[in-house]
Design a protein around this ligand. Structure first.
Ligand code: MUC
Ligand code: MG
Length: 382
């Protein structure tokens, strides 16, 4: 008997709008809702794969929006993949890269669903598909971004007492540099040696601001500054990386392996914030990791504040990376009022656990999906 090849039969996309537990104040936007784009893929043998491609703050963070992610998948990626072999993930990635330029987050959502489906059919985790996990849990940061120093201090102290987080990333860049440095100093003084304090400027500073800012941040005990200036200003990032001991991390500047090569070639960062979505999927993110490792840079597992689904995809990759010197910020589900997974990801003892089981190791809660789907919400209103 000839074994029939399993095919990609159907790719469904959906947009979910999920409220955040508090306003999340970033230099370019305040988030009260996170909008996730999910992909559900159905294969000819009855198996399924799920994926997520999520961005932050509409179009304020980067060039893809939730709506553009959905439309890139529905209009360009899905027609190219329907009927292809479900197991040929590399072939699918090459074809999509040929047909669709950019749109990395859309590609990531589809790619994650392909790996999930393949892992489930083979009965192995995605981490195993990538060579096997060397960690069962990862250190996990929390972002303090209420917009108020006293609220942030109370939040940090609660997290430390609950043993949930002892690494904090502060979102700054909205106020004057001196005010931001004073805000960071207050939080560092309040937590002392009990926590590591880092900041993310989300590209808000000019080079001049950043020269003062990095000196001030370093003096108050901040360990790392993420994307202080615009993503394209690699010369400015290089100058800042060379001029200060505080670690400089590339985030918005790092969109896949080609950017990783440019940053290494220019000496424009000490650390890579590796994001699955921004890299174009798990495989491309693993290539970014390899370039960072080969160049001796520090690695950090970044987030686009995904639901548990996108978070699980990142955990599957980073579980296999031995030296994740700066830990992770894979806390996305905790910022949302509701988890959309049937079994939530576990956070304890300052770590996040890697989900076990085939594929991504997670499944969706259908009632939650129905509740948060934008198309269902609209039809209820009309
Ligand atoms: C970013 O720019 O890194 C990650 C954590 C967080 O609070 O916001 C994001 C985005
Ligand atoms: Mg960032």
């Amino acid at each position: 008997m000839v074994n029939a090849v399993t095919k990609i039969d159907q790719i469904e996309t959906m947009i979910l709008d999920i409220p955040t537990i508090r306003g999340h104040v970033l230099s370019m936007a305040t988030m009260r809702v996170q909008t996730a784009v999910l992909v559900r893929m159905r294969f000819s043998d009855g198996s399924e794969g799920i994926g997520e491609g999520t961005t932050i703050g509409g179009l304020t963070y980067g060039p893809e929006s939730p709506e553009s992610i959905q439309s890139a998948i529905d209009t360009y990626i899905t027609p190219a993949l329907l009927g292809r072999s479900a197991d040929d993930v590399n072939g699918a990635l090459q074809l999509v890269d040929h047909l669709v330029k950019g749109n990395r987050i859309a590609k990531a959502a589809v790619e994650i669903a392909l790996w999930d489906g393949l892992g489930k059919r083979l009965g192995v985790s995605v981490a195993q598909l990538f060579g096997g996990a060397v960690h069962s849990r990862l250190p996990v940061a929390w972002t303090l971004a209420s917009g108020n120093s006293e609220t942030d201090i109370a939040e940090a102290q609660e997290m430390i007492a609950a043993r949930r987080h002892n690494i904090f990333k502060l979102k700054i860049g909205k106020r004057a540099v001196a005010e931001d440095v004073a805000h960071v100093a207050r939080i560092k003084a309040a937590v002392g040696d009990a926590a590591s304090i880092r900041v993310d400027v989300n590209q808000a500073w000019s080079l001049q601001d950043a020269r003062w800012g990095l000196r001030g941040l370093q003096d108050v005990g901040c360990e790392l500054v993420e994307q202080p200036v615009r993503a394209r200003y690699l010369n400015a990032l290089r100058e800042l990386t060379r001029a200060h001991e505080i670690a400089v991390m590339a985030d918005e500047a790092l969109n896949g392996p080609e950017d990783a090569v440019s940053i290494v070639a220019r000496g424009a960062a000490d650390v890579f914030a590796v994001k699955v979505a921004q890299s174009g999927g798990i495989k491309r993110a693993s290539e970014v990791v390899a370039i960072g490792q080969a160049a001796g840079l520090g690695l950090y597992a970044g987030t686009m504040l995904e639901t548990g689904l996108g978070t699980a995809a990142a955990l599957q990759l980073f579980a296999g990376i031995e030296d994740l010197r700066w830990g992770s910020e894979l806390f996305g589900p905790l910022l949302l009022t509701e988890d959309i997974l049937a079994t939530p990801i576990v956070y304890r003892d300052f770590t996040v656990e890697v989900p076990q089981g085939a594929g991504l190791g997670v499944s969706l809660d259908p009632d939650k999906i129905d509740f948060f789907r934008r198309d269902r919400a609209r039809s209820l209103k009309t």
